[in-house]
Design a protein around this ligand. Structure first.
Ligand SMILES: Nc1ncnc2c1ncn2[C@@H]1O[C@H](COP(=O)(O)OP(=O)(O)OP(=O)(O)O)[C@@H](O)[C@H]1O
Ligand SMILES: [Mg+2]
Length: 368
Protein backbone atom coordinates (compact mmCIF):
# COMPACT_ATOMS: atom_id res chain seq x y z
CA UNK A 1 0.00 0.00 0.00
CA UNK A 2 1.80 3.17 -1.13
CA UNK A 3 2.22 6.34 0.88
CA UNK A 4 0.25 9.16 -0.71
CA UNK A 5 0.77 11.94 1.76
CA UNK A 6 3.71 12.21 4.12
CA UNK A 7 4.29 14.76 6.83
CA UNK A 8 7.40 15.02 8.94
CA UNK A 9 8.38 17.49 11.63
CA UNK A 10 11.21 17.64 14.15
CA UNK A 11 13.46 15.18 12.27
CA UNK A 12 17.17 16.13 12.14
CA UNK A 13 17.72 19.16 9.87
CA UNK A 14 14.45 18.79 7.95
CA UNK A 15 12.08 21.73 7.96
CA UNK A 16 8.51 20.62 8.71
CA UNK A 17 7.30 19.13 5.47
CA UNK A 18 4.25 17.77 3.73
CA UNK A 19 4.66 16.00 0.45
CA UNK A 20 2.47 14.13 -1.96
CA UNK A 21 4.39 11.05 -3.04
CA UNK A 22 4.15 9.20 -6.31
CA UNK A 23 2.63 5.71 -5.89
CA UNK A 24 5.63 4.18 -7.65
CA UNK A 25 8.91 6.02 -8.08
CA UNK A 26 10.12 8.98 -6.01
CA UNK A 27 13.55 10.31 -6.89
CA UNK A 28 15.17 12.44 -4.20
CA UNK A 29 18.40 14.29 -4.86
CA UNK A 30 20.47 16.92 -3.12
CA UNK A 31 23.94 17.81 -1.89
CA UNK A 32 25.75 16.17 1.00
CA UNK A 33 24.11 17.04 4.29
CA UNK A 34 20.93 18.37 2.66
CA UNK A 35 18.60 15.86 4.41
CA UNK A 36 17.99 13.00 1.94
CA UNK A 37 18.83 10.18 4.35
CA UNK A 38 16.89 11.95 7.09
CA UNK A 39 13.75 11.80 4.97
CA UNK A 40 14.11 8.05 4.39
CA UNK A 41 15.02 7.58 8.02
CA UNK A 42 11.76 9.28 9.01
CA UNK A 43 9.72 6.83 6.89
CA UNK A 44 11.65 3.85 8.28
CA UNK A 45 11.15 5.13 11.81
CA UNK A 46 7.42 5.46 11.31
CA UNK A 47 7.26 1.83 10.16
CA UNK A 48 9.79 -0.01 12.30
CA UNK A 49 10.33 2.23 15.31
CA UNK A 50 14.04 2.07 14.51
CA UNK A 51 16.54 4.15 12.62
CA UNK A 52 18.92 2.54 10.16
CA UNK A 53 21.61 5.01 11.30
CA UNK A 54 21.34 5.56 15.05
CA UNK A 55 20.62 3.27 17.95
CA UNK A 56 19.19 6.17 19.90
CA UNK A 57 16.00 7.63 18.48
CA UNK A 58 16.58 10.88 20.38
CA UNK A 59 19.47 11.54 17.95
CA UNK A 60 16.90 11.91 15.20
CA UNK A 61 14.96 14.62 16.97
CA UNK A 62 15.96 18.08 15.81
CA UNK A 63 18.44 19.71 18.20
CA UNK A 64 16.02 22.57 18.90
CA UNK A 65 12.88 20.42 19.29
CA UNK A 66 11.60 18.20 22.08
CA UNK A 67 9.64 15.89 19.81
CA UNK A 68 9.23 14.52 16.32
CA UNK A 69 5.96 13.84 14.59
CA UNK A 70 5.42 11.64 11.56
CA UNK A 71 2.28 10.81 9.72
CA UNK A 72 1.25 9.36 6.42
CA UNK A 73 -1.85 8.59 4.45
CA UNK A 74 -1.72 5.18 2.82
CA UNK A 75 -3.58 4.70 -0.39
CA UNK A 76 -5.87 1.71 -0.22
CA UNK A 77 -8.27 1.57 -3.14
CA UNK A 78 -9.61 -1.79 -1.95
CA UNK A 79 -10.35 -0.78 1.63
CA UNK A 80 -14.07 -0.35 2.26
CA UNK A 81 -13.31 2.25 4.93
CA UNK A 82 -11.06 4.32 2.62
CA UNK A 83 -7.46 5.36 3.08
CA UNK A 84 -5.51 4.71 6.27
CA UNK A 85 -3.72 7.35 8.29
CA UNK A 86 -0.78 6.43 10.47
CA UNK A 87 0.62 8.83 13.02
CA UNK A 88 3.51 8.60 15.43
CA UNK A 89 4.83 10.98 18.05
CA UNK A 90 8.16 10.61 19.86
CA UNK A 91 9.42 12.77 22.66
CA UNK A 92 13.05 13.23 23.67
CA UNK A 93 12.28 11.57 27.01
CA UNK A 94 11.45 8.35 25.11
CA UNK A 95 7.64 8.53 25.21
CA UNK A 96 5.94 7.19 22.09
CA UNK A 97 2.42 7.29 20.72
CA UNK A 98 1.06 5.57 17.59
CA UNK A 99 -2.33 5.99 16.02
CA UNK A 100 -4.11 4.37 13.11
CA UNK A 101 -7.07 6.40 11.85
CA UNK A 102 -7.11 8.21 15.17
CA UNK A 103 -7.18 5.05 17.34
CA UNK A 104 -4.20 4.36 19.56
CA UNK A 105 -2.13 1.31 18.59
CA UNK A 106 -0.43 -0.65 21.32
CA UNK A 107 2.61 -2.01 19.53
CA UNK A 108 5.11 -1.10 16.84
CA UNK A 109 4.33 -4.47 15.19
CA UNK A 110 0.82 -3.20 14.43
CA UNK A 111 2.30 -0.15 12.73
CA UNK A 112 4.77 -2.29 10.77
CA UNK A 113 1.95 -4.47 9.49
CA UNK A 114 0.28 -1.42 8.01
CA UNK A 115 3.45 0.13 6.64
CA UNK A 116 5.95 -2.56 5.68
CA UNK A 117 9.25 -1.16 4.46
CA UNK A 118 12.57 -2.54 3.26
CA UNK A 119 15.69 -0.41 3.46
CA UNK A 120 18.72 -0.64 1.17
CA UNK A 121 21.35 1.89 2.26
CA UNK A 122 25.13 2.27 2.40
CA UNK A 123 25.45 0.20 5.60
CA UNK A 124 23.20 -2.54 4.30
CA UNK A 125 26.20 -4.88 4.00
CA UNK A 126 26.17 -5.07 7.82
CA UNK A 127 23.50 -7.71 7.55
CA UNK A 128 26.29 -10.03 6.41
CA UNK A 129 29.00 -8.90 8.82
CA UNK A 130 26.76 -8.21 11.81
CA UNK A 131 25.52 -10.50 14.55
CA UNK A 132 23.49 -13.70 14.04
CA UNK A 133 20.64 -11.86 15.73
CA UNK A 134 20.48 -9.38 12.83
CA UNK A 135 20.07 -12.24 10.36
CA UNK A 136 17.54 -14.00 12.58
CA UNK A 137 15.49 -10.81 12.75
CA UNK A 138 15.77 -10.45 9.00
CA UNK A 139 14.45 -13.99 8.51
CA UNK A 140 11.65 -13.46 11.01
CA UNK A 141 10.50 -10.25 9.29
CA UNK A 142 9.55 -12.43 6.33
CA UNK A 143 8.08 -15.24 8.42
CA UNK A 144 6.06 -12.68 10.43
CA UNK A 145 4.54 -11.10 7.33
CA UNK A 146 4.03 -14.24 5.26
CA UNK A 147 3.00 -16.78 7.94
CA UNK A 148 0.12 -15.22 9.88
CA UNK A 149 0.29 -17.72 12.78
CA UNK A 150 3.95 -17.05 13.50
CA UNK A 151 3.66 -13.99 15.76
CA UNK A 152 1.39 -15.76 18.26
CA UNK A 153 3.64 -18.84 18.38
CA UNK A 154 6.66 -16.58 18.82
CA UNK A 155 5.01 -14.87 21.80
CA UNK A 156 4.25 -18.28 23.33
CA UNK A 157 7.82 -19.44 22.73
CA UNK A 158 9.29 -16.30 24.35
CA UNK A 159 7.13 -16.85 27.42
CA UNK A 160 8.20 -20.50 27.75
CA UNK A 161 11.85 -19.52 27.23
CA UNK A 162 11.58 -16.89 29.98
CA UNK A 163 10.05 -19.41 32.35
CA UNK A 164 12.68 -22.05 31.59
CA UNK A 165 15.45 -19.49 32.12
CA UNK A 166 13.98 -18.47 35.44
CA UNK A 167 13.91 -22.15 36.53
CA UNK A 168 17.58 -22.41 35.47
CA UNK A 169 18.49 -19.29 37.44
CA UNK A 170 16.83 -20.68 40.54
CA UNK A 171 18.68 -23.98 39.96
CA UNK A 172 15.40 -25.90 40.27
CA UNK A 173 16.65 -28.89 38.29
CA UNK A 174 13.71 -31.12 39.21
CA UNK A 175 11.29 -28.75 37.43
CA UNK A 176 13.15 -28.82 34.16
CA UNK A 177 11.63 -32.09 32.88
CA UNK A 178 8.19 -30.52 33.03
CA UNK A 179 9.32 -27.33 31.30
CA UNK A 180 11.37 -29.01 28.61
CA UNK A 181 8.48 -30.74 26.86
CA UNK A 182 6.63 -27.40 26.52
CA UNK A 183 9.84 -25.72 25.39
CA UNK A 184 10.45 -28.35 22.70
CA UNK A 185 6.86 -28.15 21.48
CA UNK A 186 6.94 -24.34 21.19
CA UNK A 187 10.40 -24.48 19.54
CA UNK A 188 9.25 -26.98 16.92
CA UNK A 189 6.43 -24.69 15.84
CA UNK A 190 8.80 -21.75 15.34
CA UNK A 191 11.24 -24.02 13.51
CA UNK A 192 8.51 -25.30 11.17
CA UNK A 193 7.35 -21.78 10.30
CA UNK A 194 10.89 -20.78 9.45
CA UNK A 195 11.48 -23.88 7.33
CA UNK A 196 8.23 -23.32 5.47
CA UNK A 197 9.25 -19.74 4.69
CA UNK A 198 12.77 -20.71 3.64
CA UNK A 199 11.46 -23.33 1.22
CA UNK A 200 10.04 -20.45 -0.77
CA UNK A 201 12.79 -17.98 0.07
CA UNK A 202 15.89 -19.89 -1.05
CA UNK A 203 14.96 -20.53 -4.72
CA UNK A 204 13.57 -17.02 -5.07
CA UNK A 205 16.78 -15.56 -3.60
CA UNK A 206 18.95 -17.58 -5.99
CA UNK A 207 16.98 -16.29 -8.96
CA UNK A 208 17.09 -12.69 -7.71
CA UNK A 209 20.83 -12.77 -7.06
CA UNK A 210 21.37 -14.28 -10.49
CA UNK A 211 19.52 -11.30 -11.99
CA UNK A 212 21.62 -8.83 -9.99
CA UNK A 213 24.95 -10.53 -10.50
CA UNK A 214 25.36 -14.02 -11.98
CA UNK A 215 28.98 -14.21 -10.77
CA UNK A 216 28.33 -14.24 -7.04
CA UNK A 217 28.06 -17.81 -5.77
CA UNK A 218 26.44 -17.44 -2.36
CA UNK A 219 24.48 -20.11 -0.55
CA UNK A 220 22.05 -19.78 2.34
CA UNK A 221 22.16 -22.23 5.25
CA UNK A 222 19.55 -22.27 7.95
CA UNK A 223 20.77 -23.04 11.45
CA UNK A 224 17.74 -23.78 13.65
CA UNK A 225 19.45 -22.86 16.93
CA UNK A 226 20.71 -26.33 17.78
CA UNK A 227 22.82 -28.97 16.05
CA UNK A 228 21.08 -29.81 12.83
CA UNK A 229 21.40 -33.58 13.17
CA UNK A 230 20.21 -33.81 16.77
CA UNK A 231 16.77 -33.66 18.30
CA UNK A 232 16.25 -30.60 20.50
CA UNK A 233 15.25 -32.67 23.55
CA UNK A 234 18.55 -34.54 23.33
CA UNK A 235 20.51 -31.30 23.06
CA UNK A 236 18.68 -29.82 26.07
CA UNK A 237 19.44 -32.98 28.04
CA UNK A 238 23.11 -32.87 27.07
CA UNK A 239 23.45 -29.16 27.84
CA UNK A 240 21.39 -29.19 31.03
CA UNK A 241 24.30 -28.92 33.39
CA UNK A 242 25.87 -26.05 31.48
CA UNK A 243 22.47 -24.33 31.18
CA UNK A 244 22.13 -24.55 34.98
CA UNK A 245 25.60 -23.06 35.44
CA UNK A 246 24.91 -20.24 33.01
CA UNK A 247 21.34 -19.63 34.13
CA UNK A 248 19.94 -19.53 30.60
CA UNK A 249 19.00 -21.79 27.70
CA UNK A 250 21.76 -22.16 25.16
CA UNK A 251 19.91 -24.05 22.42
CA UNK A 252 16.61 -23.24 20.75
CA UNK A 253 15.00 -21.10 18.07
CA UNK A 254 16.13 -17.92 19.85
CA UNK A 255 19.59 -18.90 18.61
CA UNK A 256 18.56 -19.60 15.01
CA UNK A 257 20.44 -17.98 12.18
CA UNK A 258 20.54 -17.59 8.46
CA UNK A 259 24.14 -18.31 7.49
CA UNK A 260 25.31 -16.81 4.24
CA UNK A 261 28.33 -18.52 2.76
CA UNK A 262 30.62 -18.64 -0.21
CA UNK A 263 31.81 -22.23 -0.36
CA UNK A 264 32.32 -22.94 3.33
CA UNK A 265 33.31 -19.42 4.37
CA UNK A 266 31.13 -16.60 5.69
CA UNK A 267 30.23 -14.36 2.72
CA UNK A 268 31.37 -11.34 4.75
CA UNK A 269 34.96 -12.68 4.80
CA UNK A 270 35.15 -13.28 1.05
CA UNK A 271 33.04 -10.79 -0.88
CA UNK A 272 33.95 -7.22 -1.76
CA UNK A 273 31.87 -4.42 -0.25
CA UNK A 274 29.91 -3.93 -3.47
CA UNK A 275 29.28 -7.68 -3.75
CA UNK A 276 28.07 -7.72 -0.15
CA UNK A 277 25.66 -4.91 -0.88
CA UNK A 278 24.42 -6.80 -3.94
CA UNK A 279 23.79 -9.95 -1.88
CA UNK A 280 21.91 -8.00 0.78
CA UNK A 281 19.89 -6.21 -1.90
CA UNK A 282 18.98 -9.65 -3.32
CA UNK A 283 17.92 -10.81 0.16
CA UNK A 284 15.76 -7.74 0.66
CA UNK A 285 14.22 -7.93 -2.79
CA UNK A 286 13.40 -11.58 -2.21
CA UNK A 287 11.51 -10.66 0.93
CA UNK A 288 9.55 -8.11 -1.06
CA UNK A 289 8.74 -10.61 -3.81
CA UNK A 290 7.43 -13.21 -1.33
CA UNK A 291 5.60 -10.54 0.64
CA UNK A 292 3.83 -9.46 -2.52
CA UNK A 293 2.92 -13.05 -3.41
CA UNK A 294 1.28 -13.50 -0.03
CA UNK A 295 -0.10 -10.07 0.80
CA UNK A 296 -0.98 -8.76 -2.67
CA UNK A 297 1.13 -5.58 -2.55
CA UNK A 298 4.87 -5.14 -2.20
CA UNK A 299 6.52 -3.38 0.73
CA UNK A 300 7.82 0.15 0.23
CA UNK A 301 11.52 0.28 -0.66
CA UNK A 302 13.74 2.99 0.76
CA UNK A 303 16.96 3.05 -1.25
CA UNK A 304 19.42 5.53 0.21
CA UNK A 305 22.43 6.65 -1.82
CA UNK A 306 21.91 4.32 -4.76
CA UNK A 307 25.40 4.91 -6.09
CA UNK A 308 27.31 3.95 -2.96
CA UNK A 309 29.38 0.83 -3.68
CA UNK A 310 27.41 -0.07 -6.82
CA UNK A 311 28.72 0.41 -10.35
CA UNK A 312 26.36 1.44 -13.13
CA UNK A 313 25.62 -2.15 -14.21
CA UNK A 314 24.58 -3.14 -10.69
CA UNK A 315 22.56 0.06 -10.26
CA UNK A 316 20.66 -0.70 -13.46
CA UNK A 317 20.02 -4.31 -12.42
CA UNK A 318 18.75 -3.26 -8.97
CA UNK A 319 16.43 -0.60 -10.41
CA UNK A 320 15.12 -3.08 -12.99
CA UNK A 321 14.15 -5.53 -10.23
CA UNK A 322 12.48 -2.76 -8.23
CA UNK A 323 10.57 -1.78 -11.35
CA UNK A 324 9.49 -5.39 -11.95
CA UNK A 325 8.24 -5.61 -8.37
CA UNK A 326 5.95 -2.62 -9.01
CA UNK A 327 6.49 -1.31 -5.52
CA UNK A 328 6.63 2.22 -4.22
CA UNK A 329 10.24 3.38 -4.03
CA UNK A 330 11.91 6.37 -2.41
CA UNK A 331 15.40 6.48 -3.85
CA UNK A 332 18.12 9.04 -3.16
CA UNK A 333 21.29 10.20 -4.83
CA UNK A 334 23.53 13.25 -4.77
CA UNK A 335 23.26 13.70 -8.53
CA UNK A 336 19.90 13.77 -10.25
CA UNK A 337 21.41 12.54 -13.49
CA UNK A 338 22.83 9.43 -11.85
CA UNK A 339 19.31 8.45 -10.78
CA UNK A 340 17.86 9.13 -14.20
CA UNK A 341 20.65 7.16 -15.90
CA UNK A 342 19.85 4.12 -13.73
CA UNK A 343 16.11 4.21 -14.08
CA UNK A 344 13.74 5.69 -16.62
CA UNK A 345 10.29 4.81 -15.35
CA UNK A 346 7.27 6.02 -17.28
CA UNK A 347 5.86 7.84 -14.33
CA UNK A 348 7.64 9.30 -11.33
CA UNK A 349 8.23 12.35 -9.17
CA UNK A 350 11.46 14.19 -8.47
CA UNK A 351 12.16 15.96 -5.19
CA UNK A 352 15.11 18.27 -4.60
CA UNK A 353 16.43 18.63 -1.05
CA UNK A 354 18.31 21.80 -0.14
CA UNK A 355 19.42 22.53 3.44
CA UNK A 356 16.48 20.60 4.92
CA UNK A 357 13.83 21.99 2.55
CA UNK A 358 12.19 19.55 0.15
CA UNK A 359 10.67 20.77 -3.08
CA UNK A 360 8.92 18.79 -5.78
CA UNK A 361 10.36 19.55 -9.21
CA UNK A 362 8.26 19.77 -12.32
CA UNK A 363 9.12 16.95 -14.76
CA UNK A 364 10.43 18.23 -18.04
CA UNK A 365 9.60 16.03 -20.99
CA UNK A 366 12.84 15.49 -22.95
CA UNK A 367 10.90 14.78 -26.15
CA UNK A 368 9.01 18.10 -25.95
N1 LIG B 1 19.34 15.99 15.55
C1 LIG B 1 19.69 16.81 14.58
N2 LIG B 1 19.20 18.08 14.55
C2 LIG B 1 19.54 18.92 13.54
N3 LIG B 1 20.32 18.58 12.50
C3 LIG B 1 20.83 17.33 12.49
C4 LIG B 1 20.55 16.38 13.52
N4 LIG B 1 21.18 15.23 13.24
C5 LIG B 1 21.83 15.44 12.09
N5 LIG B 1 21.64 16.69 11.62
C6 LIG B 1 22.13 17.30 10.37
O1 LIG B 1 21.21 16.96 9.35
C7 LIG B 1 21.82 17.10 8.08
C8 LIG B 1 21.24 16.11 7.09
O2 LIG B 1 21.86 14.88 7.16
P1 LIG B 1 21.52 13.71 6.11
O3 LIG B 1 22.36 12.59 6.55
O4 LIG B 1 20.07 13.53 6.00
O5 LIG B 1 22.07 14.33 4.75
P2 LIG B 1 22.14 13.63 3.31
O6 LIG B 1 21.42 14.55 2.36
O7 LIG B 1 21.71 12.24 3.37
O8 LIG B 1 23.70 13.74 3.01
P3 LIG B 1 24.73 12.73 2.27
O9 LIG B 1 24.60 13.00 0.80
O10 LIG B 1 26.05 13.17 2.78
O11 LIG B 1 24.37 11.34 2.64
C9 LIG B 1 23.31 17.03 8.33
O12 LIG B 1 23.85 18.31 8.04
C10 LIG B 1 23.42 16.76 9.84
O13 LIG B 1 24.49 17.45 10.41
MG1 LIG C 1 22.72 10.45 3.14
Amino acid sequence: MPIRQLSVSGVRNLAPLELTAHPSVNFIYGDNGSGKSSLLEAIALLSTGKSFRSNQIRQLINHDADRLELSCVLEDPQAADGDKELYSLRLKNGDVLFRLNGSVLTSQAEVATNLPVQVIEPNTFRLLVGSPEDRRQFLDWGVFHVEPGFIEEWRIFKKVLKQRNSVLKQKEESWLDAWDSGFVEASEKIHQYRIQYLEQFVPCFEETLQALDPNIAVRLHYYPGWERDSRLEEVLERQRERDLQLGYTQAGPHRAELRIRVDKLPAADVLSRGQQKTVVAALKLTQGILFKQHCGTAPIYLVDDLASELDSGHRLALCKLLEDLKCQVFITSIEKQQLMDSWTPQDYKVFHVERGEIREEPITDPSA
